[in-house]
Design a protein around this ligand. Sequence first.
Ligand code: CMC
Length: 431
Amino acid sequence: MSEKSFTLTNNETGGSIDLPMREGTDGPITVDISSLFQTTGLLTFDPGFMSTASCESAITYIDGEKGILRYRGYPVEQLAERSDFLEVAYLLLYGDLPSAQALLDFRALIGHHTMINESLTQFFDGFHYDAHPMSIMVGVVGSLSAFYHDSLDIHNPRHREICAHRLIAKMPTIAAACYKHNVGEPLIYPRNDLSYVGNYLRMMFATPCDDYEPNPVAEKALNLLFLLHADHEQNASTSTVRLAGSSGANPFACIAAGITSLWGPAHGGANEAVISMLDEIGHTDNIDKYIVKAKDKSDPFRLMGFGHRVYKNYDPRAKIIRSVCHEVLEKLADPDNPKFELALRLEEIALKDPYFVERKLYPNVDFYSGIIYQALGIPSSMFTVMFAIARTAGWIAHWMEMISDPGQRIGRPRQLYTGATQRDYVPIAER
Ligand code: CMC
């Protein structure tokens, strides 16, 4: 028994049990219920994991009340100001910031893996031209599991590392190819003398007839968005990757499972939904009407890009994105972008409304990101794909952390059964 314990008393029998309490390096105290069923035959019930720590992790820390986000201990604001996406990917994977040489080597290594197998390029042609890029992404990333048999022993740390490098390197190539398929243009091969983000922008916007020189403002903005989306502890898609991977499944297939979960509008799909919502609202004059709809429980409309399971304060990522929005719009597009003006006004009105105040609903990472993506010329159907490129760093870091844990076992939740009790089969003629 650890020093601190939590006593659970059964009011019916009067019996009680002491459950060990565990303290992490930061964050709430956790009651360890892992032996509860074995010792008492009782299960705990927590749909939506409102009060469940599903694993131990040393990667990302969030304090939702204070609006704090740290990768490996480093405040996201400092990383956003001074780091870049690939350095953050290294930090997430290896736990510490790289030396100058280690970072150079890492960039070269990722560059070395950016191409996809030529036979995989045929895969895109199987999709209809108007397939949603996320649906293509799920299929193509999942199909990576059919390659690389030489380095797929998940119990070999070196193999795990190679899988991580391959995934981080190939996601932009696959993402840009999804877009090219949608617009009917040939796939553009990566160019490894460009930065990670510059290479991606070129693969999106170059054609065999016209090369594309990445715009430094666009590169800086996209780099920031990737960095801010790189990890977010045990969110739905990361938990999906962990659960899929807990059975020992192929890592590329596990990441495809994560992409599937990310796609939903309550998660990564919200960035696309925010732009549709702003289009639908259309003008600041209509905001009040939509605020009424968002508060009406009989109306399925929700304010997209608002609210978060963990943040009960301003999402620190949204704060950073909001502050760079002005700069990006000024340098790249219309400085008086009506959508940004509309979003700012919507935020202002919502944050004064008792409904949003009482429920602590603030703008989240997705509220302003779409406005920057649009200014970069990225269509809204690609927004969640952009999120997937960035979050791959976090997903694979979590997968590696989980597989390398000696106590790791298959994730297998139980249930509160509410179906029929035993009944006898009735022959069809008697029903
Ligand atoms: N608009 C209107 N009401 C809302 C909203 C919203 N965006 N979000 C939450 N609420 C209300 C909800 O109706 C509920 O009210 P009541 O207590 O009266 O029943 C209360 O606030 C609590 O909401 P919940 O749905 O129980 O909270 P949750 O933690 O289960 O859901 C959420 C979190 C992010 C799914 C939700 O806030 C939401 O649907 N937001 C809009 C979608 C969105 O922006 N998603 C992106 C999340 S951040 C990026 C990411 O994770 O990928």
